[in-house]
Design a protein around this ligand. Structure first.
Ligand code: ATP
Length: 403
């Protein structure tokens, strides 16, 4: 090695002076390399940490979902074997995982089974309780009506026809002899008022508003997503008249793949259940279904087939006129000085959504408080717009979600 270094230096050391300067050169090199090692060590440990994190993530993705079952009988005291009943209705004698050795098993318990060898792996909570799964239920939303929605006049008109009219005047449809519409699909940019309009129609029709988020329907255990969908529709029936709002439909309703993983297949089961509930919707009369998505482009065509949703309603970003009316709505309760240049605010907020405008109004209020003022000034609004636009351009705004 040394000789090759010497060769690289293009001449051989010929005397003591040469050798000592070569040693110095090597010492410097060693020192540099040591420094490099010192700087690389933390980087290496960061990369090792990241590698482990990704490995665990991959393992998590590869995990085969467990199956749910109910214990019918426990065969011996050692907790070794038990009889379980699996959906739809098959009974098996199965082994119990060693990690459950100290758990008292009893008939009726809901358990999770390994799909390959049917070993009991986990004890599950006994019933799926929809209330703990992030469902939002409002008896009748009082805080929002059509007057609280800026722009969206065509969307409100559509919703009045397909949701409000059949709920309020079902006899009209009977007389004419047509089936009343069952529901609509709202799609478009985030923060453009999809949830707001669904709540407003529940308010206008005195209906219960039930909101479920699609990601909540994606379950770890086989059959649970589908069962959860059944429970939601049962609850909607019980609470009728109901507006059942499923947000982020794409979480369960995206295009089905042939070589799907078992996790995807579970999502498909949930989707199939949802489709079958939608198809059996006719008799339900006073339940109306609204689904929403920001990603209509990836929805399964089965969901978009005629007859599933009576209308597919687009929610675009608000134009100048709509933004002005959204500003007016969110300024209603604000203490604002007289010289607000609303036209300029509207001009400065192109490409924002309703949610941004609401945020700008709140932020302007915060600027006023910071100034120790009790009135919000035009300057406060301008500062709030600057801040919002900066954050949006950093996050690339709502458009990025459509890519
Ligand atoms: P996401 O797709 O992210 O769920 P969304 O379209 O359902 O969004 P909303 O939850 O309805 O958006 O909007 C969030 C908030 O933004 C509303 O509660 C409301 O305060 C405000 N907002 C949005 N659009 C409008 C609008 N057209 N008029 C008045 N306020 C609006």
């Amino acid at each position: 090695m040394a000789s090759s270094e010497i060769n690289n230096n293009s001449r051989k050391p010929e005397n003591n002076e040469d050798i000592s300067s070569y040693i110095q050169y090597l010492e410097r090199k060693i020192k540099n390399l040591k420094n490099e090692i010192d700087t690389l060590k933390p980087e290496l440990s960061n990369l090792e940490y990241e590698e482990n994190r990704l490995k665990t993530e991959v393992e998590r993705f590869e995990e085969i979902p467990l199956m749910t079952a109910n214990i019918i009988d426990v065969l011996d005291d050692k907790n070794d074997r038990t009889i379980v009943n699996c959906p739809p209705n098959a009974s098996y004698v199965v082994k119990v995982s060693r990690k459950l050795q100290n758990v008292r098993l009893s008939p009726g318990l809901r358990v999770a089974l390994n799909q390959r060898n049917f070993t009991v792996m986990e004890i599950l909570p006994n019933e799926i309780d929809p209330f703990v799964k992030g469902m939002e239920i409002i008896d009748t939303p009082f805080d929002v009506s059509y007057d609280d929605i800026g722009g969206l006049n065509d969307q409100i008109q559509e919703v009045r026809e397909i949701i409000e009219l059949p709920l309020m005047k079902p006899e009209l449809f009977k007389k004419i002899g047509i089936d009343p519409p069952k529901g609509a699909l709202f799609y478009g940019f985030p923060g453009t008022g999809k949830t707001l309009l669904a709540k407003a129609v529940a308010h206008e029709t005195n209906a219960t508003f039930i909101k479920v988020v699609g990601t909540e329907l994606v379950h770890k255990f086989i059959g649970e997503g589908a069962q959860y969908v059944r429970e939601i529709f049962k609850l909607a029936k019980k609470k009728a008249p109901t507006i059942l709002f499923i947000d982020e439909l794409d979480a369960i309703g995206s295009i089905r793949m042939d070589d799907a993983t078992s996790g995807d297949r579970e999502v498909n089961r949930t989707l199939m259940q949802l489709l079958s509930e939608l198809d059996g919707f006719d008799e339900r009369g006073n339940i109306k279904f609204i689904a929403a998505t920001n990603r209509i482009d990836i929805l399964d065509p089965a969901l978009l087939r005629p007859g599933r949703f009576d209308r597919i309603v687009e929610f675009p970003l608000p134009d100048d006129k709509a933004r002005e009316s959204i500003f007016r709505i969110h300024m209603r309760n604000l203490h604002i000085e007289n010289e607000i240049n609303l036209k300029a605010l509207v001009e400065l907020t192109k490409d924002t959504n309703g949610s941004d405008i609401k945020g700008i109004c709140t932020e302007a209020g915060m600027y006023a408080i910071r100034r120790n003022s009790e009135v919000i000034s035009n300057e406060d609004f301008l500062d709030a717009i600057d801040k919002t636009m900066m954050i949006k351009s950093r996050d690339q705004g709502p458009l990025s979600l459509f890519i």
